[in-house]
Design a protein around this ligand. Sequence first.
Ligand code: GLU
Length: 227
Amino acid sequence: MCGIVGAVSQRNVVPILIEGLSRLEYRGYDSAGVAVINGGIKRVRAVGRVADMRGKAAAEGLQGLIGIGHTRWATHGGVTETNAHPHISHDTIAVVHNGIIENYAEQRRRLEALGYIFESQTDTEVIAHLVHHHYSECGDLFAATRYTVAELVGAFAIGVVALDAPGVMTCARVGCPLLIGLGEGENFIASDVSAVLSSTRRVIYLEEGDVAEITRDCVTIVDATGN
Ligand code: GLU
């Protein structure tokens, strides 16, 4: 289990995400990636160091006002760029995930029967497709994230963004740490407080089962009982 970062801001979040990931490097990892929304979902991933990924992001001129990032410690599927996070469904939903989805094989069979094509060997990719499946039915990223979490078994922290909702990020904590950092006109998520400390010292630690929706100026948290 390694690192998650996310940011929604009025400034380019790519430096924030990469700085956050570099603060999580001490935890160990095998690959890294970021995805931002900027006319489409733009993603950069690399096996190896965050610095390698930073170089690719710079070469591609990656920027955006909302995005998520990840350092991976592979549990399901080898250490390859294709298995690195973020994982994307239908070019519209991007997901980062720490932990393990225990019922991923069952969910993968169900999603394949619904027509979803899998690109990776990870357990994580089922989350991207499940959010996409629910989002296409309800049109609400927060609700789609809650429906998805209710169907997952395992220990996980996730961060999600959607092309059609470019001001909204969602996240959930079940068995893996996750927190929200509160900034001025910008907000963050991270698996470890060290990833947000250069931007803010105001932090909400999510509790077990919490699902949250985060915009630039608002944070909404629904707990495990739906309150
Ligand atoms: N189980 C996921 C994978 O293998 C996430 C591992 C992690 O926490 O980095 O990709």
